[in-house]
Design a protein around this ligand. Structure first.
Ligand code: GCU
Length: 339
């Protein structure tokens, strides 16, 4: 039987990936032509800013340490959903993954901080906080016991609701089934909005909307185009409930295996990854909006206050339940005052 080229390539790729992973699981020190293969998983397409940032990461390392390391990037959840990829980094089956803080929350609850709705009052504040080492250092190292740590953050914009029917006020969310990441705080947020949360992996969202299993989801504008959700959900409402970054996470044993000089290069490459990703972010968001409009998506500007008022009580509630969050919350307020 003839296998369509696209499927064939995808299947071969998957097969190679599985072989590579199983070798890693069995403890093989995986070398190709005596180079160490460094595998990175992410859930976006090859044109997404995350991928472009990772290409810069690859180029930076291979141009300096190319005789020793072969960086391989696996996009499109090819190695598994985001949560699966985090687990693979945890066990050392792969070395790096891009993971949303929403999905990292169950690995260390310090990541809950980013899921607090309306945490940042502006994008400027969000950037300032994310560039503040006092703020990020503790967070980055929080998952050490779990076998991995964050080495860089990537912009993932502002999250808003999109659905098959227009959401103009929080009342329009009542009774709706909305996909969220696999994060308990997001489930809490949706129930405070009066909706039913449907936690599932990113790759399942398109079909779930198409088949009417859910009424909508929440994400940045790139989800409409890069992930084609705009084909099945035609109303995108700017209610600005979260700014949730992506983290580049790395297996600790791998990081510890690097010499001091190599570690410097890998860290510089991680910083470059953030820089390139962020440079591409704003450009791509603008073109995603234009593209989504051509797909027939309506962008709705709405009053965010009713959305905010409905769930602002969650700040106190979430912070009082998790002692790690209070100092981070205070630091955000301090940075805001300094602005
Ligand atoms: C964003 C983010 C991804 C995340 C996804 C999601 O696209 O960049 O890392 O997986 O949201 O909602 O799951």
């Amino acid at each position: 039987m003839k296998i369509p080229v696209k499927n064939y390539v995808k299947k071969s790729f998957l097969m190679i990936s599985l072989i590579t992973i199983s070798a890693a699981f069995t403890g093989c020190n995986f070398l190709s032509n005596s180079k160490t293969i460094v595998r990175i998983s992410h859930s976006q397409s090859e044109t997404h800013p995350d991928h472009l940032g990772l290409l810069a990461f690859e180029e930076y390392i291979e141009s300096r340490l190319g005789d020793k390391y072969d960086i391989q990037i696996f996009p499109n959840e090819l190695l598994g959903s985001s949560v699966k990829a985090i687990e693979l980094v945890q066990t050392g089956a792969i070395d790096y993954a891009v993971a949303s803080t929403g999905n990292l929350e169950t690995f260390d609850d310090i990541y809950q901080i980013f899921s607090i709705p309306y945490l940042f009052s502006s994008v400027e504040l969000y950037y300032k906080v994310m560039d503040d080492k006092n703020f990020t250092d503790n967070i980055y190292s929080s998952t050490e016991a779990a076998g991995f740590e964050s080495v860089a953050w990537l912009d993932a914009g502002t999250r808003n609701f999109y659905a098959t029917t227009p959401i103009l006020t929080p009342d329009d969310l009542k009774g709706k089934k909305i996909r969220v990441q696999q994060s308990p705080t997001n489930v809490k947020m949706m129930s405070a909005f009066g909706a039913a949360a449907a936690p599932m992996s990113f790759g399942e969202v398109y079909t779930a909307i198409q088949q009417g299993v859910i009424d909508g989801a929440e994400n940045n504008e790139l989800a409409l185009t890069n992930n084609k959700h705009g084909e099945v959900a035609k109303y995108y409402t700017y209610n600005h409930h979260q700014m949730v970054p992506d983290m580049l996470i790395a297996n600790l044993r791998f990081l510890d295996s690097l010499s001091e000089e190599e570690r410097v290069i890998f860290d510089e490459a991680a910083n470059l990854c953030t820089k390139v990703e962020r440079e591409n972010w704003d450009i791509q968001i603008q073109s995603a909006i234009d593209h989504a409009k051509k797909m027939g998506v309506e962008f709705i500007q709405t009053d965010i206050e009713p959305f905010r008022n409905k769930i602002i009580h969650l700040h106190k509630e979430i912070i009082s339940e998790n002692s790690k969050l209070e100092p981070l919350y205070k630091r955000i307020n301090e940075i805001e005052k300094e602005m």
